[in-house]
Design a protein around this ligand. Structure first.
Ligand SMILES: *[C@@H]1O[C@H](CO)[C@@H](O)[C@H](O)[C@H]1NC(C)=O
Ligand SMILES: *[C@@H]1O[C@H](CO)[C@@H](O)[C@H](O)[C@H]1NC(C)=O
Ligand SMILES: *[C@@H]1O[C@H](CO)[C@@H](O)[C@H](O)[C@H]1NC(C)=O
Ligand SMILES: *[C@@H]1O[C@H](CO)[C@@H](O)[C@H](O)[C@H]1NC(C)=O
Ligand SMILES: *[C@@H]1O[C@H](CO)[C@@H](O)[C@H](O)[C@H]1NC(C)=O
Ligand SMILES: *[C@@H]1O[C@H](CO)[C@@H](O)[C@H](O)[C@H]1NC(C)=O
Ligand SMILES: *[C@@H]1O[C@H](CO)[C@@H](O)[C@H](O)[C@H]1NC(C)=O
Ligand SMILES: *[C@@H]1O[C@H](CO)[C@@H](O)[C@H](O)[C@H]1NC(C)=O
Length: 474
């Protein structure tokens, strides 16, 4: 008993320190596996998980804001062949993606199928005017028909234009342009997003991640198929990755993220650009590379996306994607707003555009541990096309094929404060707590161990006894 003098105490301290340090060290892999286990469990898409709740009905508000490119000189274009001048008008804001997924069916092979119903509700408080505001814009029916009718049949089109008193540009309301109106020339409904209400995207079939978490959210089939049929090419027809609302957990910033977007009828990849703090949560910002819509001469991968030789000057024009093959032939050309990253010729053919990367690029902010997309801005521009014709009077003076911007949009969502707090509590703080505990244990353990060991030696040699003591118990 009497043996437990100072020396004995120091040895006990060293042993205790070593044990604590080892505990801290053991906790690192243990803690990591706890985190990993939790994330794996919560990221699977099945009833009861965090991922499922988010996935079933998006908590965040999703807005689609439209900026129209209003034509300032419609008469001069038609009568004198003047270069069109446009000016931005907007935003006109709609709430979208508020409808929950439909027909959710879990399949026995760890996939789930569902439909994404479309819906849009006007949000006057976030708009510059009402849905009834008029915009002077390209006549979608005339431009559409021009793209679809071969030159030999232009005389028919000329007759239709004359008898319906149509013009190349006309004034329509925001609501009409977006959601459709009966057109006198085509005797049918025309609109940039017509039909919308009551229609849906999909069906999608995606992996739940139950058997393999690295596949969660990855699209297995879209509209029943494993690949697209729009581009007549194995590469361009690939359906890659997720729908961008989430990605498999444990995101590696060295690798690009792949996703499929039905708006642009193709898969794209986004690359890591920076780490940001979003409401106290660390997120990785991913952006589309400028080469995404490059001309095939600059990005050979894009050869199969060039389908329209007229407007792309034999595939040398960058920044425009002809999506007619995935819109039942409707000649819709997708680009980035203001032809960001597009060929300068596009901005010479239509004046008044001014691309600014910050405002016109697309980005996703992904939380790296869970793979959830916590904020995004998807920005695209919808264009139509017209060109010269000797037969169609309206187009007599037009000199060249013109990709004409009608509207650009910014679809955005940010997780709300409540979800952010929950997220931090559920995940970030838990991870931080584990990490702190690990570090404190490891640190104090090592301190105890080395200090006791040190003191022990000093005690044995009988020097600096008091000093050591003071150092050990400050
Ligand atoms: C999915 O969301 C809908 C609409 O919010 C809700 O009615 C339904 O109960 C949810 N399903 C599950 C399994 O939570
Ligand atoms: C979705 O479910 C409804 C009702 O069960 C059904 O009428 C409809 O055909 C389904 N839609 C698809 C595309 O499967
Ligand atoms: C899973 O099952 C669905 C529905 O039966 C089927 O369409 C899909 O091809 C299957 N996917 C895989 C990866 O087996
Ligand atoms: C689409 O549906 C929403 C919600 O019911 C409604 O507010 C909106 O006016 C509809 N839009 C059109 C173009 O019918
Ligand atoms: C034809 O359209 C022009 C302007 O677009 C209008 O001034 C004119 O009255 C219309 N004529 C008829 C017959 O509708
Ligand atoms: C699809 O993903 C593969 C890698 O899995 C990639 O090599 C390819 O470029 C992607 N295709 C498209 C069209 O993005
Ligand atoms: C495109 O290529 C075709 C055939 O190679 C050629 O006749 C035509 O002049 C080219 N057009 C342009 C705009 O370069
Ligand atoms: C969408 O992007 C535009 C351009 O940067 C910006 O003015 C607008 O505020 C954004 N919308 C939202 C809801 O953040």
């Amino acid at each position: 008993m009497g043996c437990c003098n100072r020396r004995c105490g120091l040895i006990a301290g060293a042993v205790f320190g070593a044990v604590v340090a080892i505990l801290g060290g053991v906790l690192i892999p243990l803690g990591n596996s706890i985190i990993e286990g939790t994330v794996k469990k919560e990221a699977v898409i099945e009833p009861g998980t965090t991922a499922f709740d988010n996935w079933n009905a998006t908590g965040a508000m999703v807005y689609r804001q439209f900026w129209f490119l209003e034509v300032k000189n419609p008469t001069e274009i038609v009568q004198n062949g003047a270069t069109p001048v446009v000016r931005e008008k907007g935003p006109y804001t709609y709430r979208t993606r508020y409808l929950p997924k439909e027909n959710i069916t879990f399949n026995p092979n760890n996939t789930v199928s569902f439909l994404l119903p479309f819906g849009a509700i006007f949000e006057p408080s976030m708009s510059v005017g009402s849905e009834e505001d008029k915009v002077v814009s390209l006549n979608l029916a005339v431009a559409g028909a021009y793209s679809m009718v071969p030159p030999g049949l232009h005389f028919i089109l000329q007759n239709m234009i004359k008898s319906s008193n149509s013009s190349l540009f006309h004034s329509r309301t925001v609501k009409e342009l977006l959601w459709g109106y009966p057109d006198p020339m085509l005797n049918g409904n025309v609109g940039l997003f017509y039909p919308y209400n009551g229609t849906s995207d999909g069906p999608y079939n995606v992996f739940t991640g139950e058997d393999d978490i690295s596949k969660v959210g990855i699209i297995d089939r879209w509209r029943g198929e494993r690949s697209l049929s729009f581009w007549d090419d194995k590469y361009c027809d690939m359906i890659n990755g997720t729908d961008a609302s989430s990605f498999p957990p444990f995101v590696d910033k060295k690798k690009p993220l792949f996703f499929f977007s039905s708006d642009i009828c193709r898969s794209v990849s986004a690359s890591f650009s920076e780490s940001l703090n979003l409401k106290g949560i660390e997120v990785y910002r991913y952006t589309l590379l400028p080469s995404t819509l490059a001309a095939p001469v600059d990005n050979p991968d894009n050869h199969c996306y060039c389908r329209d030789k007229k407007t792309t000057k034999n595939c040398t024009v960058a920044g425009v994607l002809d999506t007619s093959s995935c819109r039942e032939g409707k000649p819709v050309y997708i680009s980035l707003p203001h032809f960001l990253y597009g060929s300068p010729s596009l901005r010479k053919d239509v004046l008044g555009l001014n691309p600014v990367e910050e405002h016109h690029m697309t980005f996703l902010d992904v939380e790296p541990t869970t793979g959830f997309t916590l904020r995004f801005a998807k920005r695209i521009q919808v264009n139509m096309m017209y060109g010269p014709s000797k037969v169609i009077t309206l187009l007599n003076k037009v000199k060249d094929y013109t990709v004409f911007p009608v509207v650009w949009l910014n679809e955005t969502a940010v997780l709300d404060d409540e979800t952010a707090d929950m997220f931090k509590e559920e995940l970030v703080s838990r991870i931080q707590l584990l990490e702190t505990v690990q570090q404190v244990l490891l640190g104090s353990g090592l301190y105890y161990f080395f200090c006791s060991y040190h003191c022990n030696i000093k005690t044995q040699s009988g020097i600096y006894k008091m000093k050591s003591k003071r150092r050990l118990f400050p």
